[in-house]
Design a protein around this ligand. Structure first.
Ligand code: ZN
Length: 446
């Protein structure tokens, strides 16, 4: 599809969709859902079998709520059906020759899952990325550095969305910091996409070289994804201060699109592309559907994807949905993700997420912002321990830092950590490139 001709000061890329009154939006969703469920049933081995087994048929969808009657799919379904019977397996709805692109998951929760796209899916995806980039403030006058991995990763091709919008796209990928810093200095791009932890690490590395991220570079917008940081106020503001740029949080999943939701200037949840994805929230234990605003597991149904429709895909993400109109004017619902189902831990009947700990560690002064959480069982109870780093040059005693962080964690989460361990700056070793792992789960059965 060609570049759209929009005045650069126009706020919305596609106002008709982004600001559609909800009754109209829901009517459109229902029509698309009916078509998609029928398409999935007629063309997909797995959906035919699972709908038949559940005793449901596409004609049962009379309202959006009727979707509740249909069975879920999850990562396990993907894994167990992929490559069964054909190369893309039982969840794929088209012959292999119609698939023109595949991405895979990182495999962080088991065998990587393969995500197929038809040409039509791929084009729609890139139009969607262009819309989200516009929402983040990118315009055709921008120079955009795509700092995401291209190797099998679904975030790689998102760069084409920036080209579609008309920006100058610089395909950098995941390169060593020195190379990236050279690109940023030499070509003075204005927008970059990376992970929040890497945006932070990169800024610090620039300072180590005697340069100033605020003065010596032209970045005005940093798009982040892959970790919760972009929606944690203290993390976002720390990165914004470091770079004198705004941080915009994006969300995607390899099972659907590189990005399918993005923050707006309100920073109050991420608008999901509801014209293409229907969102439900369910009780993570029972699967029962919850009301908007209630916290549960987020479940997505794709309304347009042809290669592999996702009907009621359980994401494992815990959060809630708000569907009242946003102060930015958009009517598309916002998702608020608080954490991963498998990373939530319960201490003394309180649910704690790694993102709660991150909030505190980034908000407290005198720390580097790096942290490591260890969750373990002791005397039949779950406990958590947090390691932090004292800021460069700080001479505050370790026990004073530990006491202060422990009190702040208790105040924010409601439960005190069993221990806070304090290290000197750089000693924790978590400030790795790109996606950082800061969560060690030693619970039995984890
Ligand atoms: Zn908004």
């Amino acid at each position: 599809m060609a570049k759209k001709n929009i005045p650069y000061d126009q706020k919305y890329y596609d106002p008709e969709i982004e600001c559609m009154p909800r009754p109209e939006l829901e009517a459109m969703q229902l029509e698309r859902l009916q078509e998609m469920v029928a398409y999935a049933y007629e063309n997909t081995v797995w959906y035919k079998r699972s709908f038949d087994e559940a005793g449901v048929a596409p004609t049962d969808i009379k309202t959006l709520k009727d979707l509740e009657k249909f069975p879920f799919v999850d990562k396990k379904t993907e894994r167990e059906t992929q490559h069964v019977g054909s190369f893309f397996g039982e969840m794929c709805s088209v012959p292999e020759e119609e698939v023109i692109f595949m991405a895979t998951s990182s495999g962080s929760t088991g065998v990587p899952t393969v995500s197929p796209f038809t040409q039509e899916d791929f084009d729609l995806w890139q139009d969607t990325e262009a819309r989200l980039f516009w929402q983040a403030g990118m315009r055709p006058t921008d120079r955009y550095v795509h700092g995401l991995n291209f190797a099998l990763y679904v975030g790689g091709p998102d760069v084409i969305g920036a080209q579609r919008l008309g920006a100058l796209a610089i395909w950098v990928g995941a390169v060593p910091s020195d190379r990236l810093i050279f690109v940023l200095q030499q070509y003075q791009p204005t927008v970059i996409w990376t992970s929040p932890s890497y945006a932070w690490t990169l800024g610090e590395k620039i300072k180590e070289k005697g340069l100033d991220p605020r003065r010596d570079f032209s970045i005005h917008t940093i798009i982040v994804a892959g970790e919760p940081g972009g929606s944690i106020k203290s993390t976002r503001e720390a990165i914004e201060n470091l770079w004198d740029a705004k941080v915009v949080d994006f969300f995607g999943l390899s099972d659907i699109y590189g990005a399918c939701a993005a923050a707006c200037e309100a920073h109050d949840g991420l608008h999901i592309v509801e014209d293409q994805i229907l969102v439900e929230t369910v009780d993570p234990a029972t699967g029962e559907v919850l009301e908007p605003g209630e916290v549960g597991e987020l479940v997505y149904t794709t309304l347009m994807k042809k290669a592999r429709p996702m009907i009621r895909f359980r994401t494992g993400d815990i959060g809630y949905v708000s569907n009242e109109q946003c102060t930015c004017g958009r009517t598309l619902a916002r998702i608020h993700i608080t954490g991963r189902k498998d990373e939530m831990f319960i201490v003394g009947a309180v649910n704690v997420f790694p993102s709660d700990v991150e909030y505190v560690v980034r908000a407290e002064v005198g720390l580097t912002g790096e942290y490591l959480i260890r969750v373990y069982d002791e005397n039949f109870s779950t406990r958590y321990e947090v390691s932090v780093e004292r800021a460069q040059g700080s001479d505050e005693p370790f026990d004073a830092v530990a006491a202060r962080v422990s009190a702040a964690l208790k105040a924010h989460t409601g439960v005190k950590p069993a221990k806070v361990l304090v290290y000197d700056a750089g000693k924790l070793g978590t400030s790795s490139e790109h996606k950082a792992s800061r969560f060690i789960d030693e619970r039995k059965g984890a």
